[in-house]
Write a new protein. Structure first.
Length: 93
């Protein structure tokens, strides 16, 4: 004779989702480190717009960046510097 479905669901839930406090804290710290700042994602997208060949995307990128420039953080500046340093230089001949 089988167990009622509610007892089975509770048993499986306890086995699969049982976490101690230490592992929850470690997981939340890892998630916080792995998740980039929203402003960094926006600036990365803007940088991508600026690198595109179309004047529309470059104009859009400049306008949006001017609106967001008051919200940038230190990590955002690091992102801009890193992308600028890794960008291929354009030499004019």
């Amino acid at each position: 004779m089988g167990l009622p479905s509610q007892i089975c669901i509770e048993g499986v839930s306890k086995l699969l989702f049982a976490d101690d406090e230490k592992s929850k804290n470690m997981r939340s710290q890892d998630d916080a480190e792995a998740e980039p700042e929203p402003i960094n994602l926006l600036v990365d997208t803007i940088i991508d717009f600026l690198e595109r060949g179309t004047s529309y995307l470059r104009t859009l990128g400049i306008q949006v960046f001017s609106l967001l420039s008051g919200s940038i953080k230190e990590s955002t500046v690091d992102l801009i510097v890193t992308v600028s340093a890794n960008a291929p230089s354009c030499s004019r001949t």
